[in-house]
Structure formats: C-alpha cells, structure tokens
Design a protein around this ligand. Sequence first.
Ligand SMILES: [Zn+2]
Length: 188
Amino acid sequence: MIYPIVIYGHPVLRKVAEEIDKDYPGLDQFINDMFETMYFSEGIGLAAPQLGKSIRIFVIDGKPVAEDEPELADFKKAFINAHITERSGELLPMTEGCLSIPNLREEVNRESHVRIKYYDENWEYHDEVYDGYKARIIQHEYDHLDGTLFTDKVSPLRRRLLKSKLTAISKGKFEADYRTILAGQRIR
Ligand SMILES: [Zn+2]
C-alpha cells in the first residue's frame, strides 16, 4: 500500500519516535509499505514519522542514485530501533531534499562517519559504521526519528530566508507527484 507523505508543519514530524517490539502488529507489512511508498514518491530514504507513525523505523534504497554513487547500488536496508552512537570525521556540506519538504533543496553540513546500532526487518541486531553518502542518508533519516528536519540544520541566515517558503509549503503551496497530508489534516 502506498501511503500519503506527511508534510512540513505537521506535528508528527516533530515528535521523538518510540521504539517498537518485535511483535509490533503488522510490522512486516508496514516495512513493505514503506519501501513501496518510497519508490512511488522517488525518494532514497523514508522514515516512519513521514507516514504519520511515530515509531523508530526508517528504510533506505540508494539504487536511484547508484549511477553517480556506485557504492549505493546495493544499499537497501530497513533500520528498526536505530541509535546512532557516534558521529565523527569532517563536517561536510551537501545539498539535501526531503519528501516531507517538497521543492526545497538546501546545503547541510553533516559528519562524514556514523556508528549505528539497529535491528533489521528479520530482527537481526547490527552495530555498523558508515561513511560518505551512506552516512549522509542515514543521518538525514535518523534525524526524522528525533523530530529533526534538514532545514533545522542549515545556517541561521539561510533559515531566516527559508521561513516564508516553509510556511507556504506547510499550507500546501508546492507541487508533488504523490499524495500528501498537511498540518490539520487527519492521518487515517
Ligand atoms: Zn527527510
């Protein structure tokens, strides 16, 4: 099932998401739906709060950008109850976008290395280190679980300039090829 995407301004994007149990109802189906929704809306990562569920899951599939970033060709994963335990290395700038903030791309600084502990969709535990583009995507999606959006991380000057654009987006003034949920609209 393809879910609508929750848009900037909706309070669910600002909550700290909760851990789930292995027997969370419909978990396998929900993870499949996350991948399906991500492919449909042409994202390379998606976090559960973006579908209106404040739980600690995100999915990534780097295939769409593999032409430019070959190491992402097989980078397809679900991260459950993820916790980043280290961020290190250089702070590097890169332009990011987000399905919850359509039509807006901004440069964001992030650490080049992360260490992350999580369970996969088979409930296998992992403790792994990533760098480069993978570390970038992981940090963006992980931030969603803590209620942080990439626009929070742009420079203070840029943030001031973005304010009216973000307000417009929160009111539905954007173009998107997927269904969306705005603040004040009910999540089924
Ligand atoms: Zn995002």
